[in-house]
Structures are given as C-alpha cells and as structure tokens.
Design a protein around this ligand. Structure first.
Ligand SMILES: *Cc1c(COP(=O)(O)O)cnc(C)c1O
Length: 386
C-alpha cells in the first residue's frame, strides 16, 4: 500500500509560473493589466476564436454570457443534468429555468436527439457541457439552434484541448466558457476565459466583467493617466487579474505536452481495465479530440458486492483519492425541491450518478502513481466481485 495519500486532481506548478508571479508582484501592477491581456491573446490564438476575455472563473463566464445575451426571468435554457451545478446555478441567477435533457450513457453528454422536443416558445439558448473533456455533438446542436433561432453557450470547463470533427472547442458556437480552477487542465488558482467570434458580444461581456464601466476601464489608474469613466450597465466584478494570468501564460505553453502525458496515463488505465468485466472504460470516439480531463469509469454494480460509494471508500483506505463527476443536478436538494424532480425523470443521468468514478489523471502524477491506482482498482474488484 502507498504510504502517502494520492490526491485527486492536484495541479503541476513549475518554476516558470513561480517566477512570473514574482515578477508581477514586484511590478506593482497586481490587477487586470498587461499579463491578462497577453494571456487573452494567447488563449484566443490557441482556441481559434477572435475574442477571449479573461475572468475570475468559468461560472462568471457562464453568468455573463447569459446576461449579455439578454436571458431573463421566465426564459428557458436547455442543458444537461450531468454537470457541476455551476452550470444550472447561473441559469437560476438570471431568473431563467434550466430545462434538463437526459444524457447518453456512453458519452455522459446531453442526448442531442432529445433536445428538439424540449424546445418551447420560451427557450433562449442551449448550454451543452463537454463532460470529462469529450465534446458534445456540436454539429447537431448548432443546427438545432439555427433552426429555432437559439443561442449556444458551451460549458467547456473540462475541454480546453478538445476538437469536434476538426473544429477547436472555443471557435464553434456563439460563446464558450473555460475554467482554470485548481483541478482543471490549465490552472490559475481561480480563473476562467470566455471565447467568441462576435465582437458585440465580446464587448458586452468585457464591460459586464468589470462593473459595467466603459471599455478599457482597467487602465484608469495606469501611466496613461487618470481618465473619467462612465457606468453603462450595472456590471459584475468578474475580471481576471495579472497574478492569475501569470500562471495561465505558462500553463498554456505546456497544454499540448500535458495532454500527451494524460493520454499516456489514459492508455495505461485502458490496457488493464478493458479486460475487467466489472468496469466499463471510457467510450472511444475517433471523430473527436478528447481533452482527457477526467478518466471516468462506470462500475457494473450487478457484478459487484459493493456500491460506488463503498468502492471510493475502499480506494481511500488504500490511499488513493478519486472523484464523482457527477451526481446529477436533478438529484441535488435545491433542484429536486424547486422542480419536484424524481430520480427517474432523467434515467440515464441517474444511472451514471450511481456508478461513476473518476480516477487520478493529473500530469503531476508519475508512472508509479498510475500503477498504484491500477493495482488498487484490480485488488478491490477481485475482493468484491460477484
Ligand atoms: C469546474 C466547472 C465549472 C466551474 O468552473 P469555475 O472556474 O470553478 O467557476 C463549471 N462547469 C463545469 C462542468 C465544471 O467542471
């Protein structure tokens, strides 16, 4: 057994980030400034989108996208129940109703074939979530949106590296939101980015991200000298700052190399787990580039004497951290009570909720760590298989 607990999703921070943060701290300009601008430029090139706006979280991006697109009380937004609740919380923030559409069991993503039947006269947008780093069927989703004149807001918190049929996530629909939270593939502590090809929308989001005061408001105390500003909208305080961008600039440089490392770990897991009947390994789809954010298995409970929670506890007892992505939104207290959801309203999301386990996949891990995880899983399965 491992002596030290293997923490799930711990980030890898290198000297370059540390030196850049030091430089920022010594520069005297800690807030939104030149480094945020540079990170935005680099990210917009990377994601093949015309505009990129740095924010303090992905949640902020989703909220601003809804607000900037004019979503308001009484509107409906179609999304997936299999997500982190931030996705649906922001819909609540603008007073709209999250209309959940069940997922597919193999991809864990929204079932694009069920979207059309959920559209009403109040529907304003579709919010697909690229769960685990696997892009949704964006061609179908964009087509439906065009047919019904809806907007598409992508939650790409897991999917910075993903491509759908050759198109980079971030360049595909109206607006895409990324997360740089500590467990994500690119890390800035807290942080997020919104990309879009629509200049008007980009301007609206940027202005809303910093109090709703006129453009370039962050410069008002710069060496260009004080300039008056005007509030043109009651905005929010969601801007990214240069300390965060200092991390992001260097994390982004390693994004492709890190993807290869996670891909390698992914394949090591697959090689062993594909021959264990109690486990369903991640679905393989050659038409997409998976961002390899989460290596998520499904436990075949009928072939096991323990449930998923016990499985996680057994892993913890031998010093392996793991995660659940996710318990379906419709099973959370607030949503369950507000919308009177029953477990089987979204049978596939409920099915995944009971069986899903994410194993460590951080680039900070070593081959030895990965083989410890493999040994632990193999041991628990052999102990508890029926
Ligand atoms: C992490 C996450 C978010 C929220 O990202 P923050 O940057 O922490 O706000 C939103 N959606 C999904 C699917 C996530 O995993």
């Amino acid at each position: 057994m491992r002596k030290k607990f293997l923490t799930f999703g711990s980030p890898l921070i290198e000297e370059a980030e540390i030196n850049e943060v030091k430089d920022t701290l010594k520069s005297g300009w800690l807030g939104t400034g030149p480094k945020t601008k540079l990170f935005e430029e680099n990210f917009s090139k990377y994601s093949n989108a015309k505009y990129a706006i740095g924010l303090n979280s992905c949640t902020a991006g989703l909220h601003l996208a809804l607000d900037a697109l004019g979503v308001k009380s009484g509107d409906e937004i179609i999304t997936t129940p299999m997500t982190f609740p931030a996705t649906t919380n922001v819909i609540e923030h603008v007073g709209a109703r999250p209309v959940l559409v069940d997922i597919k069991r193999n991809t864990f993503n929204i079932d694009e074939k069920k979207i059309e039947e959920a559209i009403t006269s109040r529907t304003k947008a579709i919010m697909p979530v690229h769960l685990t780093g696997r892009p949704c069927e964006m061609d179908v989703i964009v087509q439906i949106a065009e047919k019904y004149k809806l907007k598409v807001i992508e939650d790409a918190a897991h999917a910075a590296e993903a491509y759908f049929k050759g198109l980079k996530v971030g360049s595909i629909s109206d607006v895409t939101c990324f997360s740089f939270y500590v467990t994500k593939n690119i890390v800035t502590g807290e942080g997020g980015m919104v990309t879009t090809n629509d200049k008007k929308l980009a301007d609206k989001i940027r202005i809303r991200s910093l109090h709703g005061i006129s453009k370039d408001a962050w410069k008002r105390f710069s060496e260009e000298g004080y300039s008056h500003y005007e509030t043109i909208y009651p905005g929010f305080k969601y801007n990214m700052i240069d300390i965060q961008a200092s991390l992001g600039i260097h994390q982004l440089k390693r994004v492709n190399a890190n993807l290869l490392i996670r891909e390698n770990y992914w394949n090591l897991y697959n090689q062993v787990f594909q021959s264990i009947p109690q486990i369903i390994i991640p679905y393989e789809d050659k038409s997409i580039t998976h961002a390899r954010h989460l290596y998520t298995i499904i436990l075949r409970l009928k072939q096991l004497k323990i449930d998923r929670d016990q499985f996680i506890l057994e892993l913890k007892n031998i010093n392996i951290g793991s995660g659940v992505h996710y318990t379906s939104v419709h099973l959370h207290k607030y949503y369950r009570e507000k919308y009177s959801f029953k477990k089987n309203d979204y049978p596939n999301a409920a099915w995944v909720s009971d069986r899903t386990v994410s194993l460590p996949l951080s680039v900070q891990l070593t081959n030895k760590d990965i083989s410890d995880v493999i040994d632990a899983v193999v041991e628990i399965i052999s102990l508890y298989k029926k």
